[in-house]
Design a protein around this ligand. Structure first.
Ligand SMILES: Nc1ncnc2c1ncn2[C@@H]1O[C@H](COP(=O)(O)OP(=O)(O)OP(=O)(O)O)[C@@H](O)[C@H]1O
Length: 338
């Protein structure tokens, strides 16, 4: 009996790139499966572009290997190019030519026959929502339109995988929404594998099946949002949201005095005057308490012990936002990673 296992479309093994002593990419292991949308999320300079260039065979790794569609990208860059559509953050077009001319030109470079080239160009312009602008010169296009045209441009050779480097850079929010929806639909409907590099966590969160957090050349965490949250949960940090009345400075002092509590934040909306009024009127105030360990029971006992009413207590799960802040912006996190 034979078993068929699904092979990764992108397979990076201990991939590394040094510039002198500097490690731009450090022993990166990553598999991306067919049909997946994978988000490579990291701040500027993390090494995202260098990684992409190695996947395309455009720069040579100093260690490890990058395979795309089963092909070693370093040894066979031309073969990889046939299967991969790469959209850089700023796609170059012939500005004085129309959108359809630009697409047909790309198709011809990819040795697609003239009739087929025109057919695919028409179809793709319709698909990316540019049908009405087909015969406009690209020089007159907005940034959002250019990126949609960029997507059509990488799709014309019918790649198995597309790699998009910061695809939403400089687009207005509506354009971002349209482009992301388009990318997701393409992947879902046509089984396209997508690697998207970005430092916009909200955008990545919207469409990616899995996310890799890339910091200083290292993939420090990878998985779907729930997995990343669990990885974070291994760290001994907790957050609970409590609704309490009456909220008082004395109660706040007692809670902050608990050894492992780091921070208390009044999260009830409204300005400080309104909050003061709420506290005086004994209206419930919502507070978020964070710290080390797992101590909600201890916190609840303090609230009740001081004669206050605990209306609600809920652990707050980490979203990608929190994860991003902890890994990319938190001082402690940086030291942990260092
Ligand atoms: N040719 C090069 N020579 C020396 N250092 C380089 C070279 N190319 C990139 N680097 C360095 O490698 C690191 C990673 O750069 P890379 O462009 O891959 O990051 P990135 O995550 O794509 O960031 P950005 O979003 O800013 O492009 C940076 O510190 C950069 O300065």
């Amino acid at each position: 009996m034979t078993t068929t296992s699904v092979q990764p479309v992108i397979e990076l093994k201990k991939l590394g790139k040094r510039y002198g002593e500097f490690k731009a990419v450090d022993s990166l292991d990553l598999n991306i499966m067919p049909g997946e949308i994978y988000g490579l999320l990291g701040p500027n300079g993390a090494g995202k572009t260098t990684t992409i260039l190695m996947m395309l065979g455009l720069t040579e790794p100093t260690s490890g290997s990058a395979k795309v569609c089963g092909i070693n990208a370093t040894r066979n860059p031309m073969q990889v190019k046939r299967h991969v559509g790469y959209m850089p953050d700023d796609v170059g077009f012939y500005e004085d030519r129309t959108a359809i001319d630009n697409l047909i030109y790309t198709a011809r470079l990819n040795r697609i026959a003239p009739d087929e080239a025109r057919h695919r160009a028409d179809m793709l312009l319709e698909r990316v929502g540019l049908r009405d602008a087909t015969r406009k010169r690209v020089g007159t296009y907005s940034r959002g339109m250019r990126q949609r045209l960029g997507l059509a441009d990488v799709l014309i050779k019918q790649p198995q995988v597309i790699i998009l480097d910061e695809p939403t850079l400089g687009i207005d929010p509506e354009g971002v929404r349209e482009l992301l929806t388009l990318i997701r639909d393409l992947s879902r409907n046509e089984g396209l594998t997508v690697l998207l590099s970005s430092h916009h966590l909200h955008q990545v969160q919207q469409i990616c099946d899995r996310v890799g957090l890339f910091v200083r050349g290292k993939l420090i965490a990878s998985g779907d949002i729930a997995t990343l949250s669990r990885q974070l949960d291994d760290a001994p940090t907790f957050r609970v949201e409590m609704s309490v009345s009456p909220w008082s400075p004395e109660l706040e002092r007692s809670l902050i005095a608990v050894e492992r509590v780091e921070r208390i934040e009044v999260t009830t909306t409204g300005d400080s005057l309104l909050r003061l009024f709420q506290a005086q009127a004994n209206a419930p105030v919502t507070v978020t308490i964070s710290g080390e360990g797992d101590i909600p029971t201890e916190l609840a006992n303090i609230v009740i012990g001081q004669g206050a009413t605990l209306h609600a207590l809920a652990p707050r799960s980490y979203g990608l936002d929190d994860i991003y802040h902890r890994y990319f912006e938190g001082g402690d996190a940086r030291e942990r990673l260092g």
